[in-house]
Design a binder for this molecule. Sequence first.
Ligand SMILES: *Cc1c(COP(=O)(O)O)cnc(C)c1O
Length: 395
Amino acid sequence: MFNEFDDYDIQTLAVRAGYEQTPEQENSEAIFPTSSFRYESAAQAAARFSGEEQGNVYSRFTNPTVRSFENRLAAMEGAEACVGTASGMSAILSTFMALCQAGDHIVSSQSVFGTTKVLFSKYLMKFGVEITFVSQTDVSEWRAAIKENTKALFLETPSNPLTEVANLEELSKLAKENDCLLVVDNCFCTPILQRPLEQGADIVIHSATKFLDGQGRAVGGAVLGNAQLVGEEVRGFLRTCGPSMSPFNAWIFLKGLETLPIRMRAHCENALALATWLGNHPKVEQVFYPGLTSHPQYELAQKQQSAGGGLVSFRVKGGKEQAWTVIDNTRMLSITANLGDVKTIITHPATTTHGRVSQEDRDKAGITDNLLRVSVGLESVEDIKKDLARGLDLI
Ligand SMILES: *Cc1c(COP(=O)(O)O)cnc(C)c1O
């Protein structure tokens, strides 16, 4: 479908790909806030419902604005198919509900988003899908965990919040050798920094809520992959079970994609500067950022991502009290748990995003009480430093 854009750079795809202009000749993409679509005849209605004729039917599974978002993101990720979903979590749920059945086994990195762990270990398990959690970075643990009934390997890279980098090339090789799927949550990098399908992944998942929107306005998600797995099976789940993206939200994300390349560059530039500064601060024990040469997987990150990303985590000297002192002495930073916004956000993972994860699992994942995560926004990095320095100086 995107043959016309085959030769274009991702920066051009972000602005131009995937939109079908209406007869009104609008220059900015239109929104279609309609639940259903009209047919010219009873025969056409029947043909649309049976799938014999392509076209709009009902916005749970066919909406032109959602389709434009899906097609643009598909072009950017280099995917045959994309399905928009109501949230990032429903993108993960839809993928596994569509592709797994009772008796299947999933191997997941233990360093995935806290809510994803709850989804796997509480809800998917209830339906007879087995889960094993392994180290994000030790490929031999993944190899050892794979069983006869392993259907998929799941990870996000860099991980949240410790920015551990998983080796996509090795894990995709392992998945192929064992006839299972490699599913990658590409939320932190976006296709601007990393294109997992080109590195051997079978499915890419997004929380569009984060960098794709980029301005903290709407919740949404997406699943990308080939025409069969995603175009037929995941879309089939969505059509029947309904965690669909609304046209309004699709329009926000579609417009968000237009500025994604320049925003990601600016996020990365600010994040690298902030991480470097934190690394030299006397009250900071350790900094986690894949763009720093001190990161244990700096070389792997350099190879598989085009920059370090917008997330920086660090341990302050002390514990929860000292971490909270830094948060409570900020004046500008947003104290919230979202990420990927133009506004810089500060989070205490142990008591928020990972608060529902057991202490034992938190310890295993390195989510200590003195850890802070910063989603670096697009304000002046000097002002971001000033805001953090106030609390750090009090420790
Ligand atoms: C936020 C997030 C999700 C969940 O997305 P929602 O849109 O909040 O449902 C999944 N994975 C990662 C890495 C996230 O950061």
